[in-house]
Design a protein around this ligand. Structure first.
Ligand SMILES: Cc1ncc(COP(=O)(O)O)c(C=O)c1O
Length: 451
């Protein structure tokens, strides 16, 4: 029998990140200053990011070397395995070959530390002693806590209130790695106090938590801000995933016809797909499916427009698919997919038709998650299960047509801290959300004038 797990040697780990900017089919529109509406220069970002990351954000170099100290930490779990999902294939009775690239093997359990480690490293190199960030359900906060711990940096996390209250275990993981975690909105910042004055019981949102973290970092001399998705340098650091994957496919003489994954801000999907997008732009035929929840349909129903990344309008304006920076999505379980925007690089590729976007209902997503757990054994995060749903749907199409397609899933993380969501699905209490058009119109109405 062929091998079910394809392992790379540590010696074959990618030594450089792949920067898609020079290969994009159209130039990215520049980020704009939140106050003036003019294109941003490096100095505008200097109060919140280290210069090395600002340079990466704007770089047109196709390859950027991975520093040794970053490699040393990545080696704690990388290279990650590429699995062949034989049991799932057999269960579906499909002629398709299904693979998944397993990023759940990292210490915090997701792809997020691929960039957290790089960001902590560059901050330390520039003498930063404190990094401030936000987190939704806690995946990013725990990844940055782990990374800061590796480089001796203090980490402070503003965690969306509803998750802070209902999901204590990720918070405890952050505390174990030595980080401070505050519920957001908090009374520690002007942005948080403004929200609490209007609604003392606000459940918070990612947009509000970003405002708090940026505010703290911008006002402190010893601190910088860190973002876990959306920006070019974050997506760049994730490309180790797809680069490893390509080598693993070479080892077994296969290559994906279809790539399925989930998009919250876009970082894990960029990571697994961009090295293959390069091949697609050079003429290779690959279907690239970016999934999202119907409850937060950024790419399928949002506008491709400049917008702020946060509620308080402190971040730069980015040209991206957006539901509007004041949009607060319904409380679905895929917390990491409840963001109003999507990365500019992903948005551009969707708008150009290089990637296709697909929205999925959460009950169908959990059905796929449970099927996966009962066949492959691994319990996916609710975010991850979106890509699995799309892959199963494509594999079932192959069953009808008899096509023997090769399908790759970006397996972004495990769901061990999401069992309450599984409980709700298993007991039949889960509900689907379809946003009425008026809700989307209302949220996008106030978008900045600039196109
Ligand atoms: C396991 C997992 N997958 C996917 C995501 C979505 O984020 P992104 O689109 O940046 O990868 C998250 C975000 O928290 C996550 O925790």
């Amino acid at each position: 029998m062929d091998e079910a797990k394809i392992f790379l040697s540590e010696r074959d780990m990618p030594q450089a990140w792949y920067n898609i900017n020079p290969d994009l089919p159209a130039p990215l529109q520049p980020p704009l200053h939140p106050g003036t509406g003019q294109p941003l220069g490096p100095d505008d970002l200097a109060p919140i990011f280290p210069m090395a990351l600002i340079a990466q954000e704007m770089s047109m170099d196709p390859w950027i070397d991975i520093p040794d100290d970053v490699m040393r930490v990545l080696r704690l779990w990388r290279p990650s395995p590429l699995h062949r999902a034989y049991a799932l294939e057999e269960h579906l009775g499909t002629p398709a070959r299904i693979y998944y690239k397993n990023e759940s093997v990292s210490p915090p359990g997701s792809h997020k530390p691929n960039t957290a480690v790089a960001q902590a490293y560059y901050n330390r190199e520039e003498g930063v002693t404190r990094i401030i960030t936000e987190t939704g359900a806690g995946q990013w906060g725990s990844a940055l806590s782990f990374a800061c711990c590796q480089f001796g940096i203090i980490c402070e996390v503003y965690m969306v209130r509803i998750s802070y209250d209902t999901k204590p275990y990720r918070r405890l993981l952050m505390n174990t790695w030595g980080a401070q975690c505050y519920p957001s909105p908090s009374d520690r910042t002007n942005s948080g106090r403004a929200i609490l004055a209007e609604d003392p019981d606000s459940p918070g949102s990612l947009g509000i938590a970003i405002s708090e973290a940026v505010e703290v970092a911008a006002q402190a001399d010893d601190a910088k801000y860190s973002l876990g998705s959306v920006l070019n340098h974050v997506l760049l650091h994730q490309t180790v995933v797809g680069l490893e994957c390509k080598k693993q496919f070479e080892m077994v003489g296969d290559y994906p016809d279809i790539i399925c994954g989930n998009v919250g801000g876009g970082s894990n999907f960029a990571g697994v797909s961009f090295p293959f997008v390069k091949d697609k732009l050079e003429g290779r035929d690959i279907q690239i499916i970016a999934t999202e929840p119907t409850a937060c349909p950024t790419m399928t129903r949002g506008l491709y427009h400049y917008d702020f990344g946060d509620t308080a309008q402190l971040t730069p304006l980015l040209k991206m698919f957006t539901l509007g920076h004041t949009f607060i999505p319904p409380p679905i379980h895929a917390g990491g997919l409840r963001y109003h925007g999507a990365a500019p690089q992903i948005s551009l590729l969707v708008s150009q038709g290089v990637m296709e976007a697909r929205a999925l209902h959460q009950k169908a997503v959990f059905e796929a998650a449970v099927t996966f757990a009962r066949t492959e054994g691994h319990l996916p995060a609710p975010e991850t299960a979106h890509g699995i749903r799309a892959a199963i749907d494509e594999a079932l199409k192959c069953k009808e047509t008899g096509e023997e397609k090769c399908i790759l899933i970006g397996y972004s993380g495990h769901g061990h801290f999401d069992l309450a969501a599984y409980d709700q699905y298993l007991t039949g209490d889960m509900v689907d959300y379809e946003l009425p058009q008026e809700a989307i119109d209302a949220a996008t109405e106030g978008l900045a004038e600039v196109e």
